[in-house]
Ligand binder design. Sequence first.
Ligand code: PMP
Length: 333
Amino acid sequence: MRVHDSLIDLVGDTPLVRLRKVTEALGPNAPTVLAKVEYFNPGGSVKDRIALRMVEDAEKSGALKPGGTIVEPTSGNTGIGLAIVAQEKGYRCVFVCPDKVAYDKIAVLRAYGAEVVVCPTTVAPDHPESYYSVSDRLAAEIPGAWKPNQYENRNNPESHYHSTGPEIWKQTEGRITHFVAGIGTGGTISGTGRYLKEVSDGAVRVIGADPEGSVYSGGTGRPYLVEGVGEDIWPGTYDTTICDDIIAVSDKDSFLMTRRLAREEALLVGGSCGMAVEAALRVAAEAGPDDVIVVLLPDGGRGYLAKIFNDEWMSDYGFLSAQTEEPVAGEVL
Ligand code: PMP
């Protein structure tokens, strides 16, 4: 029988898909732009990779013992990955999320059996109600608790060094010239980027995509709406030497591209994917016809139906108008 004993056997080995429509405006000499579509992971995002490696390492080191509790501040995707791994291995999960996270994402975590604590987004990271502080307190108070701490855990970038990077190199038969990814914890870009630079003797260029306002592209950490990327702190998982360039993308450009990916490429993906593709197209505009640009798309779009894919929400923020992309809801063509 062709069966898998566990869903966690299906983590990784995600496909590379050529972007054909959103690249049209680049003209006939456009480089190849390939999307690494991470929603094919069993938990629906790139974060399944780090969840698996962080938990397995904690078991080996003894930090996580049988019957223990996983406590983590997460915007959802890491939580789903951890919840899947925890279920398989018999751990309890308590997650702490900022309140800007889409309701659907929190409902998904609860559906997997995890407990979720929601904290305000607008307070400073060292405030006692911030999601960083609350998760620290819970990790200290719950007996047998282990905090993976995706912002400091070296197994976060390591998981990408050992899986995402080698997959991309093999899938492109070593032809990749540019790697573009959003920066949240920085795990994806640091681990994948390090592998690709090592294996290509430094030839692969690594480009970070960042929401306008985030510290990585020189911002103050002011709020933005794209979820899962950008920071107001500098996490230990981000290798500050890895990026050759960092491109700041506005919420509006990120969301309009996210909607185009669904309508034109049939890729129903999240807002950080639109942000990364927008950055990749700016890279492509400067690249040659033989270049191969790989852009990583971290998650699927179902968790954002009430926001990015909702015309009213988009219009309320001024992201949608007759001049920009498409008619607002209800307009007769
Ligand atoms: N996009 C989304 C939707 C995410 O959840 C994350 C993870 N925070 C990222 C992008 C960025 O990935 P990384 O943390 O590896 O930098």
